[in-house]
Design a protein around this ligand. Structure first.
Ligand code: SF4
Ligand code: SF4
Length: 69
């Protein structure tokens, strides 16, 4: 999982749902430790879409571009 630091509002929602507790949210950043099972729950609960597989922002940009085409 990757976190887009510019989008993340450090709400802690992702950390709260992770079943294997690998997400650490501090007052300045989100750190994902080893052991992620790629369940996708964190991406589902993130209110701003800042966490996901690969680069969340580039995925959203691509989706937007597809819609405009
Ligand atoms: S994908 Fe699942 S296991 Fe991996 S960090 Fe997110 S909630 Fe945790
Ligand atoms: S749920 Fe999203 S906005 Fe909230 S701390 Fe996690 S990555 Fe950041």
């Amino acid at each position: 999982m990757r976190v887009d630091a510019a989008m993340c509002i450090l709400c802690g929602a992702c950390s709260g749902v992770c079943p294997v507790n690998v997400i650490e949210v501090s007052s300045t950043h989100v750190n994902i430790q080893e052991g992620c099972t790629r369940c996708g729950l964190c991406a589902k609960v993130c209110p701003v879409g800042a966490i996901g597989f690969g680069d969340p922002r580039s995925k959203r940009v691509k989706r937007f571009q597809r819609r405009q085409a």
